[in-house]
Design a binder for this molecule. Structure first.
Ligand code: ADE
Length: 216
């Protein structure tokens, strides 16, 4: 699966694309993450990607031309791609949407800057997506979160043991877990987990399974 990320911070995406499960999937060719530098599509003399807002007001606004040319270039290279603008006003991302996305061949994320973007950029994309009810400075972190959650669902991206964990837990670990040491700063691992009695351990885990929102 192919992921394009249109951004003024391509290095940030490049870094993300090189680590952990995502890095391994990229190296083995299961996914390809391609940062697209917005500045390469800023054709003005000073390669400006933002400008002052008409009507006045604070901050700088992302100009419409660079994302327009960047999106056109991605669509030309890959006419199957779905172009998604990351904004706090978009549809809220979820595991269900990650599953939907994992069936696509290609996605192209456009990272806005929260200071603002020219409203006409909204007409250039297929949909808008938010990763939650809070304001990030830009869409890059959101793009990484969405790519991570989506890529994990592709066949072969997570290894056998990792996949077993995902199946056991669903989207969340369901019960408290411990590893060595058995006592840490006076905090003891429940004796039952050290007992080797698998039936009792299963029972304990069932009784102690997390309730929704328990740690809010
Ligand atoms: N850009 C700024 N805030 C965002 C959010 N919550 N989700 C997606 N993109 C954003």
């Amino acid at each position: 699966m192919k992921f394009y990320v249109i951004t003024i911070f391509p290095d940030l995406i490049e870094l993300f694309a090189n680590f952990g499960i995502i890095g391994r999937a990229a190296r083995s060719g299961l996914i390809k993450i391609e940062p697209v530098n917005l500045r390469d599509f800023a054709y003005s003399k000073h390669k400006q990607t933002d400008d002052e807002p008409y009507g006045g007001g604070p901050g700088m606004i992302m100009k419409p031309e660079p994302p327009y040319y960047a999106i056109s270039s991605v669509r030309k290279a890959d006419n199957n791609t779905k172009v998604i603008l990351l904004t706090p006003q978009g549809r809220e991302f979820s595991q269900e949407i990650a599953e939907e996305f994992s069936k696509e061949e290609s996605l192209c994320f456009v990272c806005g800057r929260y200071e603002g973007f020219d409203e006409r950029i909204r007409t250039m994309v297929d949909s808008e997506l938010s990763i939650g009810k809070y304001i990030l400075s830009g869409g890059e972190i959101a793009a990484c979160a969405v790519i991570d959650a989506t890529a994990r669902l592709l066949p072969g991206v997570i290894g056998n043991s990792e996949s077993l964990i995902a199946e056991t837990y669903g989207t969340n670990p369901e019960y408290p877990q411990y590893t060595r040491p058995a006592v840490f700063k006076g905090m003891e691992v429940p004796q039952i987990l050290l007992s080797g009695n698998h039936e009792k351990i299963r029972q304990w885990r069932k009784e102690h399974s997390y309730k929704k929102g328990e740690y809010k």
